[in-house]
Write a protein that binds this ligand. Sequence first.
Ligand code: 13P
Ligand code: SF4
Length: 303
Amino acid sequence: WPFFAPYVKAINELKRVRNAVILAHNYQTPEIYNCVADVVGDSFQLAREATKTDAEVIVQCGVHFMAETSKILNPEKTVLIPDSRAGCSLATSITAADVRALREKHPGVPVAVYVNTTAEVKAEADICLTSGNAVQVVESLGAPEVMVLPDQYLAAWIASQTKVKIISWNGACEVHERFTAEELRSYRADNPGITILAHPECPPDVLAEADFTGSTAKLADYVKQRKPKKVALITECSMADNVMADAPETEFIKPCNLCPHMKRITLPAILDSLLHMRDEVLVDPVIAARARRSVERMVNLKI
Ligand code: 13P
Ligand code: SF4
């Protein structure tokens, strides 16, 4: 903490000078999440909050697609990401041309794309979805069949929760696909009575071993509201650290995989970003306008 304090002070002062707001994803490290963030949440909550801010500058502590989403929703604001190399294996798994080819292959089938995609891919979609609203978004389309791109595992999980037929793609999260069902069985064997909560980007055999599946915000709410005695969060490492602070009665066992992209965002990088107003995230206005329709259609759903 002594190492962090000067950065925290400088960032919070500079935020005021720049009229900036810091949006931080649940996978950000505790010193970012607790000491400099103005808004924390899952990717849907961050997208929604991005539409409400009066600040002139948004500093996105998360990965690049999240910053692009903020820019799409706020074309007149300056959106900064402290490290523009913070990518996502899902966002790079599919291109706009892939979506167009899928539309030709499945004429008339609506396309819902995960928010973990580039602006170009969002521009080709009918609507966006996140792990926090996926089933409701798919069902809101009122179609017998829906394409859910690009995460094959999120798509499989949605298919298990709805009667709508789901067509998917072969993308995967490099962090969540590493968990195994065997690993979860061993946590249960070693910790009788444990509650296991998993993110829907995990493979289906992993989710089959979990007690509950949901977005990062839903996993956090489960722990805070239901107060399990012992819990394992099958997701990125910082989640448990962040939820733990609000759940003193719960014991956490901490199996986790690290997202190397999320971990590119650090206090020194945030300070540098605010000092030098970089890296600015720009989206081609024509692409942004088309992508905005998909994101706003999701944000405006009454779910
Ligand atoms: P959430 O929408 O659940 O926060 O997930 C975003 C993400 O990148 C998970 O890996
Ligand atoms: Fe992308 Fe997975 Fe990292 Fe989330 S955890 S940002 S889905 S690579």
